[in-house]
Write a protein that binds this ligand. Structure first.
Ligand code: TYD
Ligand code: MG
Length: 468
């Protein structure tokens, strides 16, 4: 009998250790290392014998574009890169309760009009899923529903000539393969279950949609390995208290990864939001200081959001910095540049930064809008309400050009904005977006501070303004 070795796998990061340890050396998680059995590897390796000889071909050979099925949920299709690819595996990750089951049930119901769908619920009983479907007005939808956690049952029912076109597995953490001893949800089980299901998908041309829960730290529970196994990884995110939900592609073998889909969670399920800017700006008040409208890009789509800053004396002893929706390190940098290059003092203030509506921004182009919100908050004077702001800030205080400025300006003009604080140098030729809006080219942060007439404003400017 082959000797059974064991190895020790961290359930948090997937790192493999040769011995058990209380704390994973790779990621630092406590009590995450679990023993797994491995079959002893083949002695002598694979060198040189057997196996098919590969036929190498040139890159410009004939190829097929993969067939796609539109799910009928337009925002979902956009993030997938134009619909669901047959035989592909898609992982939809997100916090518990964020709306993954709702999204997939709605997509399954919409797909059910043209394709055959199987929805396998490992988390909820049939009645619960039916109840949700009824609440969503989808009770009549053409979706085949089953409740099980056994991958063997799924395979023996669906590995057939008349297999469905799409299988939804909700969730992969509840599934188990009975040849493994470890409990459902462990790295070994999740990996084995996913690989069996993906193999089924590839063999029969079935698109597999896997739901995956995310831990508090924001990684897909346990297995980063899962991300490598699937073709597409989508994250469904949003603040629980907000009604907005954002579907974001972080990996996509069949499309772009920077597209987002925007949804609103209502009492009748998820409603698509075709024009997110309008939604994100809906509750804006234009007479308060500390707010600036950032003209951002999410994939190919411009999205306008309000960036809010609050600056004040420390509530407790040491000044706090708190950020929601943006990068803490990036805020520290913008604050440092404002202090060093413009002489503004934030060191003895609490600073709070918030991206309104629950959106998370990753673009450096938001730097200038953040700076505008901070300067306005510190000086107590509102940023002109009809202005949008974008631009990247360098450590010398210079404002750097960003991509797609024309698309940003066009969206701003469409929503009624009349002026824009943008980098003085533009990366692309001036397009029609610039004709529609008054451009205020900003060379460096000092210029921005002067425009927003924050504190330490040169007196000459005040006089000039008073005279005009
Ligand atoms: P769910 O899809 O079960 O989340 P997940 O599968 O990601 O765990 O959604 C759970 C939340 O969504 C729940 O708190 C209630 C809310 N919800 C609505 O607000 N409206 C609805 O129509 C539905 C079905 C759910
Ligand atoms: Mg669920």
């Amino acid at each position: 009998m082959a000797k059974r070795d064991s190895r020790f796998v961290c359930q948090s990061c997937g790192a493999i250790h040769s011995k058990w340890m209380g704390r994973c050396e790779a990621c630092g998680a406590w009590n995450s290392v679990i023993e797994e059995a491995v079959e002893a590897s083949h002695p002598g390796g694979l060198s040189g014998k057997g196996g098919r000889t590969l036929q190498f071909e040139s890159l410009d050979g004939a190829s097929q574009t993969p067939p796609r099925a539109l799910t009928g949920v337009a925002e979902f299709d956009r993030v997938l890169g134009g619909g669901l690819v047959a035989g592909s595996a898609v992982l939809v990750g997100g916090d518990p309760g964020i709306g993954k089951s709702t999204l997939l049930l709605q997509a399954a119901a919409a797909l059910g009009r043209t394709r055959r769908i199987a929805y396998v619920s490992g988390e909820e009983a049939m009645d619960q899923v039916r109840l949700r479907a009824a609440r969503l007005g989808l009770a009549k939808a053409n979706v085949a529903l089953a409740a099980t956690t056994s991958v063997r049952e799924v395979l023996s029912s669906l590995d057939a000539r008349d297999a469905p076109d799409v299988i939804v597995i909700d969730s992969i953490q509840t599934m188990f393969v009975d040849t493994l001893e470890s409990a459902p949800g462990t790295v070994a089980q999740v990996r084995a279950s996913a690989s069996e299901l993906i193999r089924l998908g590839k063999k029969r041309g079935i698109a597999i949609l896997l739901v995956g829960h995310v831990t508090k730290e924001g990684v897909l529970a346990g297995p980063r390995v899962l991300e490598h196994m699937v073709d597409t990884v989508l994250y469904f995110e949003g603040e629980r208290g907000h009604q907005f939900r954002i579907l974001r592609a972080v990996k996509n073998r069949f499309g772009p990864t920077d597209e987002i889909g925007v949804f609103e969670m209502t009492d009748r399920g998820l409603v698509e939001v075709p024009n997110p800017s309008q939604l994100f700006l809906a509750d804006r008040r234009d007479d308060v200081s500390g707010a600036a409208v950032f003209a951002g890009m999410e994939g190919t789509r411009p999205v306008l959001v309000e960036i809010q800053a609050l600056v004040g004396p420390p509530v407790q002893g040491t000044p706090r910095r708190a950020v929601i929706g943006w990068d803490t390190g990036r805020l520290a940098m913008v604050l440092a540049v404002l202090e060093t290059r413009c002489g503004l003092v934030f060191a003895n203030h609490d600073v709070y930064l918030n991206v309104a509506g629950g959106l998370r921004i990753a673009e450096p182009a938001a730097d200038l809008a953040v700076a505008a919100a901070l300067v306005s908050a510190l000086g107590g004077k509102p940023v002109p309400p009809d202005a949008v702001v974008f631009g990247e800030i360098g450590l010398a205080g210079e404002v750097r050009a960003v991509s797609q400025s024309d698309a940003r300006l066009k969206e701003a003009a469409k929503l009624g904005f009349a002026r824009a604080f943008v980098p003085a140098r533009r990366r692309q030729a001036r397009g029609s977006g610039e004709a529609a809006i008054r451009i205020d080219g900003i060379e460096d942060l000092g210029t921005l501070v002067a425009r927003l007439s924050g504190p330490r404003r040169p007196q000459s400017l005040d006089k000039a303004e008073a005279a005009s």
